[in-house]
Design a protein around this ligand. Structure first.
Ligand code: 13P
Length: 259
């Protein structure tokens, strides 16, 4: 099964409009001479207030070399939900992906599996692709419950999603203890957990659909780690935080994931 790799940059709460424009121009410049067919699918997820400026800058990026993602959304189409943003509003900027279930949203903002499931369903109905994050804490890993925790997060996130739609979602396995710590999860171990995710997907949606799902690794991905990560059987790319904030290091990660 050949799955097109994805390298996605989650800019988190960094970069105002001018800084976002500088970064996206730097990334564009770094990959401008590379044939699109050789590149992984490149995705950037700026803050909401930079979606427009980044969207404008990538719309002229020959043959869609860079896709836009939002970092969050609300599942209702409109209404009295102060501070929230709907999926249709995100579509205004021609975004193709929305990250949901990031551990920072689960832990800091108290997002539940149920809420993440509602977002996943709404994103799919709107014709966009959710990037659904999952991951265990250090405590869960030490207790030996990593696999059951991850499987449960996946099952709950995808409840009532049609098997054919499961095939099109993107999953990001991000062990929480590896995020922003510089401690990358060993590639063989990350691949093992990602296989657990794929087995869980097969139970939900059948093996053929599960084999189509792109599953990314996230957590202190760096230019030095990407080649080994991409060499694993089931790692289909990376969701990158810190190293996506510099055009040079993000471009090196993109190049490390090239065919
Ligand atoms: P870092 O790459 O900074 O560890 O962040 C990973 C992450 O949370 C991406 O969503």
């Amino acid at each position: 099964m050949s799955r097109r790799p994805i390298i996605a940059g989650n800019w988190k709460m960094h970069n105002n409009r001018a800084q976002s424009e500088e970064l996206i121009c730097g990334i564009k410049d770094a990959i401008k001479d590379i044939d699109k067919d050789l590149l992984p699918e490149v995705v950037v997820a700026p803050v909401f207030t930079s979606l427009d400026i980044v969207s404008k800058n990538i719309s002229d990026c020959a043959c869609g070399k860079i896709q836009l993602a939002a970092q969050n959304c609300y599942f209702e189409p409109k209404g009295a939900f102060t501070g929230e943003i709907s999926i249709d509003m995100i579509k205004d900027f021609d975004a193709k992906f929305i990250i949901i279930g990031h551990s920072e949203r689960r832990q800091i903002f108290g997002e539940s599996d149920e809420l993440i499931n509602k977002k996943a369903i709404a994103i799919i109905e709107a014709g966009l692709t959710p990037i659904i994050c999952c991951g265990e804490t250090l405590e869960q890993r030490e207790l030996g419950v990593t696999d059951s925790h991850i499987a449960s997060q996946i099952v709950k996130a995808l409840e009532n999603v049609k098997p054919a739609d499961v095939a099109n979602v993107v999953i990001a396995y991000e062990p929480i203890w590896a995020i922003g710590t510089g401690k990358t999860c060993d590639s063989v171990e990350a691949n093992r957990v990602i296989k657990v995710i794929r087995t869980t997907l097969a139970q939900i949606a059948g093996k053929d659909n599960a084999d189509k799902v792109r599953i990314l690794y996230g957590g202190s991905v760096k230019p030095e780690t990407i080649k080994e990560q991409m060499a694993q059987s089931d790692i289909d790319g990376a969701l990158v935080g810190g190293a996506s904030l510099k055009a040079d290091s993000f471009a090196q990660i993109i190049k490390g994931a090239m065919k």
